[in-house]
Ligand binder design. Structure first.
Ligand code: PGA
Length: 267
């Protein structure tokens, strides 16, 4: 996809039917008119996806896309408990998070497997939001770029090059997820610039247009500095996406950062 500013909310395993409905209502009512190149994505748990799709698509001014938090790489078959990409497509889900560090940690997902999921999503026209990022000890030992490069190589290296521009990459340092300890704008920008150049070595020049999201304790109090960075095109938001006020504020901050970027071109 052409480079967009994206604010994506990953609800993880939170909410139940009534609270999911309420959160959807609050976000859809409060989210500002989403303009131009800004896209809002919400990723509720599977059971709440049909309602979310229906309500987001009923929104008069659009701009809100619904994502799943995971998918299986096969289209159908004897995989008890799994959800396939064609199932998601058949209910109107347009995007899917893959490779989240919690899937890697608790479900032993590897980048090779995640690469298969990305291929399945692209085949069915869904937008993959591929998560990568290093552990605390990787950063302490200064090997964060090597770790992220290996993740990108394994997950994206097998994809046809022309498909690479059709995905979103989220850099989520594992030490920052749910810890309250965000990467600094300098740390995040440095890694995003590295990711942008590395995806080009894998996918060619067109891959430079991939939106790169930052994730890991991103909230209204620290988002401005992050979203202002040239290679950060928005955020993948966990905890703060469960509070409509905070999530909507993050959308506003991203819109302003984008508008400021565009300003010189308009004059
Ligand atoms: P967090 O989660 O914002 O709660 O740190 C981010 C994520 O896991 O996507």
């Amino acid at each position: 996809m052409a480079r967009k500013t994206i604010v994506a909310g990953n609800w993880k395993m939170n909410t139940e039917a009534s609270s999911a409905s309420e959160l959807l209502t609050q976000v859809l009512e409060q989210v500002p008119e989403v303009q131009g190149d800004v896209l809002v994505i919400m990723a509720p748990p599977y059971p709440f996806l049909p309602e979310a799709v229906e309500r987001a698509s009923a929104r008069a001014n659009g701009g809100v896309m619904i994502a799943a938090q995971n998918c299986h790489h096969e289209g159908h078959g004897a995989y008890t408990g799994e959800v396939s990409v064609p199932m998601l497509a058949s209910i109107g889900v347009q995007a899917c998070i893959v490779g989240h560090s919690e899937r890697r940690k608790y479900h032993a997902e590897t980048d090779r497997l995640v690469g298969l999921k990305i291929a399945a999503l692209l085949k069915h026209g869904l937008l993959p939001i591929y998560c990568c990022g290093e552990l605390r000890e990787d950063r302490e030992q200064g090997r964060q770029q090597d770790v992220v490069a290996a993740q990108l190589d394994q997950a994206l290296g097998g994809l046809p090059k022309e498909m690479l521009p059709r995905l979103v990459v989220a850099y989520e340092p594992v030490w920052a997820i749910g810890t309250g300890l965000s990467a600094t704008p300098e740390q995040a920008q440095e890694m995003h610039a590295f990711i942008r150049s590395h995806v080009q070595t894998i996918g060619g020049a067109a891959a430079a247009e991939i939106p790169l999201l930052y994730g890991g304790s991103c909230k209204p109090s620290n988002a401005q500095g992050l979203f202002d960075c040239p290679d950060i095109n928005g955020g993948l938001i966990g905890g703060a996406s469960l509070e409509a006020d905070q999530f909507v504020e993050l959308v506003r901050i991203a819109q302003h950062a984008k508008a400021d970027d565009d300003a010189p071109h308009r004059s």
